[in-house]
Design a protein around this ligand. Structure first.
Ligand code: PEP
Length: 242
């Protein structure tokens, strides 16, 4: 059995002082799961070289050049960053399409950065019974052209857009069915099976139920991971179930 992946997406939160307080709590702890923290870029150096790995919340799809304000996978790798979140619904809402996402995925993997690839349907798509169609399209387009070695460095995070930051949680059956569907699509259309995670409105209460999901390789946590004590509690509950 693999150790579960537990990923914190801190999004655009925390001041420098708040980061210091957060790290005082996080850096005292050892983990037996694969904990990955994704802070805002400017704080990344504070998070490196501890008992968790560090991920970047976004990268550009070129290694260098006149792209003011962007950070490249080559630069991220040179800082010791091991993971990148690609395809998050926050960024899809800002206009990132499947083509851009696929370029970013490929550039990360070329630079030996593992990809946390986010997919998920909107509420409207779910209500129109289009969830399967959307997930299939996002997987095939976003992971197009990857070989099996590259796919072994991809984690797919199933994050229904309507559950991200909303306190709305799908039932465990809904999550489980979507994860099974994602696995079926991967085995039909890709040359390998990535790890599959769930993300969306996880907190220190509902994780006690979610941790029992058998087909899930880990969790991506946004809001609740910004509070170090809450995040540690969530990690403890997951690790105790392993
Ligand atoms: C996320 O932003 O990826 C996320 C899962 O957020 P939240 O846990 O706040 O829903």
């Amino acid at each position: 059995m693999i150790n579960k992946y537990i990923i914190a997406n801190l999004k655009m939160n925390m001041t420098a002082q708040e980061v210091k307080e957060y790290l005082k709590i996080m850096n005292d702890t050892m983990f037996c799961s694969n904990v990955i923290i994704c802070p805002s870029d400017i704080y990344i150096p504070y998070f490196l070289n501890h008992s968790y790995d560090v991920g970047i919340q976004n990268v550009y799809y070129e290694n260098n050049g006149p792209f003011t304000g962007e950070v490249s996978p080559l630069q991220a790798k040179s800082m010791g960053i091991k993971y990148a979140i690609i395809g998050h619904s926050d960024r899809r809402k800002m206009g990132e399409d499947d083509l851009i996402i696929n370029k970013k995925v490929k550039k990360c993997l070329e630079n030996k950065i593992k990809v946390i690839f986010c997919i998920g349907e909107t509420l409207e798509q779910r209500e129109m019974l289009k969830t399967d169609k959307i997930l299939k399209q996002q997987i095939i387009s976003g992971l197009r052209g990857l070989n099996s070695k590259q796919l072994s460095n991809v984690l797919i995070a199933y994050e229904p857009v309507w559950a991200v930051g909303t306190n709305l949680l799908p039932t465990t059956k809904e999550i489980s069915d979507c994860i099974d569907f994602i696995k079926t699509i991967c085995s039909k259309f890709l040359t390998g099976l990535p790890f599959i995670l769930y993300g969306g409105s996880i907190n220190e209460e509902n994780i006690s139920t979610l941790k029992n999901l058998k087909n899930v390789d880990g969790f991506l946590i946004g809001g609740a991971s910004c509070n170090a004590n809450k995040f540690l509690k969530i990690i403890e509950i997951i690790e105790n179930a392993q």
